[in-house]
Design a protein around this ligand. Structure first.
Ligand code: C2E
Ligand code: CA
Ligand code: CA
Length: 749
């Protein structure tokens, strides 16, 4: 009779198809013992327990297998000869159970039973042992097997870890056995390497197949590299672009080293392949960020420097000229301040797009291409880049002469002509371009940029929207401008700005009807006229605080005059058109008047006709609100811009000021008289006041008077005067009614 002994000291199954720490034998290793000979089973179990093992025993293979479905012992001891399921079949079946693949199995056989020994191994046994009552021998064997199993499991674990690491690193290994001196030869890839190149592991693959995965354009270079590598048995490390069978493109890093030479000098190589696509993409992205401006996509300062240095190197070697154009947008700050930064950015992006079309702009120049040194390579350096802000540079790596560079510059100015639409507005953008040539105007990028900058400033000084080529004589004027710019910043806080006042007279009434405030800058004992600093102030943004100051100062002066001699007329302040586009202008005007206690209708604002039209409708709401609070608006330099009649009829304007240029030509050219007549008629029909400015002669005054314009300003009456002089002048005019212009009032029309 066979007894099924109860199962004792069992451990729960660990999910150990990959071996885990838990499956390591402990101090008391668990043994599953299977023997149909009950006595033997009992004796062996007892002996092993006595030697520190925890034993579970079964007398049939079937019972043991049932147990093994839920438990995994550290080691299994099987009697080979058993009825029903013998040890071999039991062993074969247990190997198919989960987690039992690697558990050591010791098969107990009879003495000298060679056939059994072979069958035991075939069935998956780890070792065999001849049945013996010498328990210490059995113990020794079991402990040896357990140790070996532990070592094997550690090996498996570390191999699994390695596989995981390789998988994470998208890395695989290979061995290459080339035919000496050639690139053909046997290739063995690890399973991971197959995955890296997108092929199914295990299929036979030759180097030819791999090389066909490389784009045609790169193949030749790769083959010759492999050839040299094989001939010189050197170390190989390179990136290769390949196209996977599914069409994806990857970049593979290939690294290989020669093994020690085999018989006959032939050598093989061991190496790794790694998918570095993501890393290279990231590196490319970083390189792009470091070298290109993110707003416009153009090369940035750093990239320009690199390109210029290369271009200068070529020019030095080949003895040709190199051109550097500095392009600066005119009055970009105005646009940025009035329309906002987002619109400014949009505008810069559009400008960049246009500039790019003006040269043979090459987006990418690789180090390799630049170094390749073919005669035409330097041409690929040609590009437009952004230095920062609204400053751009065009690099012309080879120009024949100065005119060549100027041609590109005028192409650039032309490209700006079409209006740019940003923030729902049409903007006309112009640029000033400075040209410097290598080697004449500088031997390195910094000198060239500096001198192109000097030339650019002189283009701005000559009225903008122009090109200037560097000449040493320009350098002084550039420095001067820089000095003015710095001094102007300080002028406000140092209270160097003053207002002079020019009377407005009504020749028909024979009296003063107002004054125009005109700014001057007391700089180092000199009085600088506004024409020399107002455009600069507009460009650098200082015009806003300066205008605010003028408003406050005019209001203050008005208060003084009102108190001292009952001056009850208005003072006109000149404001740049863009100030009218600011939401806070109305408040500012109101507060200035309020602070000095002068009525709002004693403040008049002058906006030039061109300024009004340039800003389109941006200024309209402010004009309306100013009108609503009683401030009078005058359109300055009228006749020089292109007012549309519809604007004039709808805008709340009080007065048109006939530009001085028409007044100057009165009596000299019939056109000027026609223009003046038309303006006067227009003003009259629209119910607007009309003022003539720049009246210098009695003849001019007479003609204007005859044509129906009675309010005038000009040297004929008075130059713009400091406040005290203006006061004196007004008082004298009152008590001295014999001035020629007052006499005019008595003449019949
Ligand atoms: P504007 O507003 O047209 O001022 C008239 C200019 O003509 C003044 O030049 C004035 O001195 C000058 N003028 C007056 N009568 C005569 C004359 O009979 N003959 C001649 N040839 N010229 C005469 P100024 O003071 O040099 O100002 C030049 C321009 O600067 C002004 O032209 C105005 O556009 C601007 N400006 C002056 N002050 C300010 C200011 O406070 N703010 C702003 N934004 N611009 C100002
Ligand atoms: Ca004016
Ligand atoms: Ca004017």
């Amino acid at each position: 009779m066979r007894l099924c002994l109860p199962a004792l000291n069992v451990k729960p199954v660990t999910p150990a198809s990959t071996p885990s720490e838990d499956s390591l034998p402990e101090a008391s290793p668990s043994v599953l013992l299977v023997d149909d000979d009950e006595t033997n089973l009992m004796l062996t179990a007892m002996a092993l327990r006595g030697r520190g093992f925890s034993v579970t025993s079964f007398s049939t293979g079937r019972a043991a297998l049932g147990y093994l479905r839920s438990k995994v012992p550290d080691i299994v001891v099987l009697d080979a000869q058993m009825p029903d399921l013998d040890g071999f079949v039991t062993c074969q079946r247990l190997r198919t159970l989960p987690a039992l693949e690697h558990v050591p199995v010791l098969m107990l056989t009879g003495l000298d039973d060679d056939e059994s020994i072979n069958r035991a191994y075939r069935a998956g046994a780890t070792d065999f042992f001849v049945k013996t009552p010498q328990w210490s021998l059995l113990e020794g064997r079991l402990r040896y097997l357990l140790r070996a199993s532990r070592t094997q499991q550690e090996l498996l674990r570390s191999r699994a870890r390695l596989a995981r690491a390789l998988d994470l690193a998208r890395m695989g290994s290979f061995d290459w056995h080339p035919v000496p001196g050639r690139w053909e030869g046997r290739l063995e890839l690890s399973a991971e390497a197959y995955l890296v190149i997108g092929l199914v592991p295990g299929i036979a693959i030759g180097l030819r197949r791999l090389i066909r995965m490389v784009p045609r354009t790169d193949r030749h270079a790769l083959l010759s590299m492999l050839g040299t590598f094989n001939t010189h048995r050197s170390v190989l490390a390179t990136d290769v672009a390949i196209e996977l069978p599914d069409g994806r493109r990857r970049v593979i890093h290939l690294e290989a080293e020669p093994d020690s030479p085999g018989p006959g000098g032939s050598g093989s190589y061991t190496g790794v392949v790694q998918d570095v696509t993501d890393r290279r993409t990231a590196e490319d992205k970083i390189r792009h960020l470091a070298n290109f401006d993110s707003l416009t996509g153009l090369p940035n300062r750093r990239q320009l420097l690199w390109r210029t240095e290369r271009a200068l190197e070529y020019a030095r070697r080949q003895g040709h000229l190199c051109g550097l154009l500095l392009i600066d947008l005119d009055r970009f700050k105005v646009i940025n301040d009035t329309l906002g930064h987002a619109a400014g950015d949009e505008l810069l992006a559009e400008v960049a797009k246009r500039l790019r079309l003006c040269v043979r702009h090459s987006e990418q120049v690789t180090e390799a291409a630049a170094e390749a040194g073919s005669n035409r390579t330097h041409r690929t350096l040609e590009a437009v880049g952004r230095l920062g802000g609204d400053e751009f540079v065009a690099l012309l790596p080879e120009v024949a002469n100065e005119q060549d560079a100027e041609r590109v510059a005028s192409r650039i100015l032309d490209s700006m002509k079409a209006p740019i639409y940003v923030a729902g507005q049409e903007c006309i953008v112009t640029a000033s371009v400075g040209v410097a040539l290598y080697p004449r105007d500088g031997l390195n990028m910094l000198d060239l940029i500096r001198n192109a900058d000097v030339a650019m400033y002189s283009a701005k000084a000559s009225g903008r929207n122009a090109t200037a080529v560097y000449a040493p004589s320009l350098a002084t004027s550039g420095r001067e401008r820089l000095a003015i710019e710095t001094a102007l910043y300080k002028a406000l806080e140092r209270q160097e700005l003053v207002l002079h006042y020019q009377p407005k007279v009504d020749v028909q009434q024979g009296c003063v009807v107002g004054a125009e405030a005109l700014m001057r800058w007391k700089r180092a004992g000199r009085l600088v006229p506004p024409g020399d600093f107002i455009p600069l102030a507009e460009e650098i943004g200082l015009i806003l605080p300066m205008s605010q100051w003028a408003l406050g100062e005019a209001a203050r002066q008005l208060r003084v005059w009102r108190d001292r001699f009952g001056f009850s007329h208005s003072v006109a302040v000149n404001l740049p058109s863009r100030l009218f586009e600011r939401a806070d202008l109305v408040d500012h005007v109101r507060l200035s008047a309020l602070a000095c206690g002068v009525p709002l209708d004693s403040i008049q604002l002058e906006i030039t006709e061109t300024g009004l039209m340039r800003g389109h409708q941006g200024a309209f709401p402010a004009l309306q609100r100013l009108h609503d609070i009683g401030v009078r608006i005058s359109i300055d330099d009228f006749g020089t811009g292109y007012s549309s009649l519809s604007y004039l009829t709808t805008l709340p304007i009080a007065e048109l000021k006939i530009d001085g240029s028409f007044v100057r030509d009165l009596g000299r050219t019939p056109q000027s008289e026609a223009v003046v007549t038309a303006i006067i008629a227009l003003a009259r029909s629209l119910g607007l006041g009309v003022v003539a400015e720049g009246v210098e002669t009695e003849r001019q005054a007479q003609v204007l008077h005859t044509l129906g314009c009675h309010v005038m300003q000009g040297y004929l009456f008075s130059r713009p005067l400091p406040a005290e002089d203006f006061e004196r002048w007004v008082l004298r005019a009152r008590i001295q009614p014999s001035a020629p212009w007052i006499l005019m009032a008595e003449e019949p029309l």
